[in-house]
Design a protein around this ligand. Structure first.
Ligand SMILES: Cc1cc2nc3c(=O)[nH]c(=O)nc-3n(C[C@H](O)[C@H](O)[C@H](O)COP(=O)(O)OP(=O)(O)OC[C@H]3O[C@@H](n4cnc5c(N)ncnc54)[C@H](O)[C@@H]3O)c2cc1C
Length: 446
């Protein structure tokens, strides 16, 4: 908590010890680099007291021990690209950030078990390159945040994959967690929500990641639904009643018009410019055999045609390429608020894109899910944001995500006002989530 942070003189002594241990250039205690660490696209800023970049597990343990000696709260991140949920910012109060991006080893691949040990600094982009050269038959995981995010950091935060991977935390095993007293504990597996409170104050040094075999074909069946809650309700009901397929699987996503207008298209399928547009439903199907994918796509199209739709369509089936650079449709939505496309080294914190995600597990009772989504959308509008909603179903679990987007390149007073509107909206959404009896996902206050 904020008032638990030690006085300046104590922090200064701790920084002296950290510098002696890690080397001066790997301890950021002031200046433009600290200012950059304190710039978060979600609008929560200023709680990072210093950043440490240890080189390996040994330096990580020593850094934790110094923090413990001086009573300095430590917040561990992998790459720190927790965009929309806090970036480098600690969940509560001030802290020194322990950034593990220099621990970036990828172990030897066990081809039989399709398992490989990864450290926190292994990014989605580098993991994909390694798989492409060493094991092109295995599927590289992807998320919407681009290639520079950490595979392990994303999984530990309860991240959601863009491909058949679903809940990323479920892909981990044998997780090595270090503590300030020098202990290293092994956690066999994690819940879908990631590390959460299961190892409070623990710092993950490495874990095994379980890959799936790359499906050779994929296709997208989509439906643009009629406006209004009823059409969404019947589509939501249909998707939940279909259940989940085994790997290689099917994955579904709903985007409302306010959200789809912010990005170029849904999964390479439909785009949307109309301000009146309702929900679009996308159902992606993967398979090893073209005929099998075609049969499943036909069935999906028949099911979608039974819904109250304005139009439906099919993209593919296409032969799938195990991509090294993940799709950028998600990042387009973040950059839309500053009126440009994401650059190759996209960084919403640096580039002044305001993004805040508010996520909660949805009830499977259709009417309750519709009411909860409506309430979140109305809350966004009340606070001056577009009601940009997505429903994702990693491994079949429906989760609703409201995205707040704004321009942080504006004059300082405007930015401060929009940041506080976003914080207020997040707090009000949290009350809605509680009122509906839902479980929040990756929620951070302030
Ligand atoms: C446009 C856009 C699209 C996005 N799309 C997605 C998406 O599809 N799926 C998704 O899940 N997220 C998405 N995000 C959110 C976010 O950017 C990603 O979750 C990203 O992976 C998090 O950054 P990171 O991987 O660097 O993790 P970090 O920021 O390093 O870690 C995230 C959190 O996990 C914990 N943690 C990380 N490493 C450790 C460790 N070694 N030990 C202990 N605790 C640790 C910490 O609490 C930390 O704050 C998106 C964001 C934007 C802006």
């Amino acid at each position: 908590v904020a008032d638990a942070f030690p006085k300046a003189a104590v922090l200064s002594s701790a920084l002296t010890d950290w510098r002696a241990t890690l080397g001066t250039q790997y301890v950021v205690g002031e200046g433009p680099a600290l200012d950059a660490a304190n710039r978060a696209c979600c609008g929560r800023t200023g709680a990072v007291a210093a950043v440490l970049y240890p080189a390996d597990a040994e330096e990580t343990l020593k850094s934790l021990a110094i923090g413990r000696t001086y009573g300095v709260p430590i917040h561990a991140v992998s790459m720190g690209l927790n965009w929309g949920y806090g970036s480098f910012q600690p969940p509560k109060g001030r802290a020194v950030v322990l950034c593990l991006r220099r621990l970036d080893g990828i172990g030897a691949l066990d081809p039989k078990a399709a398992r490989v040990r990864i450290e926190p600094g292994v990014t989605y982009g580098r993991f994909a390159s390694r798989l492409q050269s060493d094991a092109p038959n295995l599927l590289a995981p992807e998320i919407g945040a681009g290639p520079d995010a950490s595979v392990l950091g994303n999984a530990l935060a309860g991240g959601i994959g863009k491909s058949p991977y679903g809940w990323m935390a479920r892909r981990l095993s044998d997780i090595a967690v270090a503590f300030g007293d020098g202990r290293i504990e092994r956690m066999p597996t994690l819940d879908k929500s990631g590390l959460g409170s299961s190892a409070a104050d623990g710092v993950v040094l490495h874990a095994d990641f379980h890959l799936c075999v790359a499906p050779k074909y994929h296709t997208l069946a989509w439906a643009r639904l009629r406006d209004g809650g009823e059409a969404f309700a019947s589509a939501f009901h249909l998707i939940l009643s279909r259940g989940t397929a085994d790997e290689p699987c099917e994955q579904c996503e709903f985007l409302n018009g306010a959200r789809l207008r912010r990005q170029s298209r849904l999964w390479g399928g439909p785009s949307c410019q109309s301000p009146q547009a309702g929900w679009v439903l996308g159902l992606r199907i993967w398979g090893h055999d073209e005929a099998e994918v075609r049969t499943r796509a036909d069935r999906a199209q028949r099911e979608l045609a039974s819904l109250p739709t304005l139009s439906t369509g099919l993209v593919g089936p296409e032969r799938r390429v195990n991509a090294v650079s993940p799709d950028r449709e998600g990042l387009v939505s973040a950059y839309a608020s500053i009126g440009c496309d994401p650059p190759p080294d996209a960084d919403p914190d640096r580039d002044g894109c305001g993004v805040r995600w508010i996520a909660a597990f949805l009830p499977t009772k259709t009417s309750a899910a519709v009411a909860a989504l409506d309430a979140l959308g109305v809350c966004a509008l009340r606070n001056g944001f577009a009601p940009a909603l997505v429903v994702r179903l990693p491994d079949g679990d429906p989760i609703g995500i409201l995205g707040l987007f704004w321009n942080r390149r504006a004059p300082a007073a405007h930015v401060a006002s929009a940041d506080s509107r976003a914080a207020r909206c997040a707090a009000e959404c949290r009350e809605i989530v509680d009122r509906f009896g839902l479980t929040p996902h990756r929620y951070r206050s302030g």
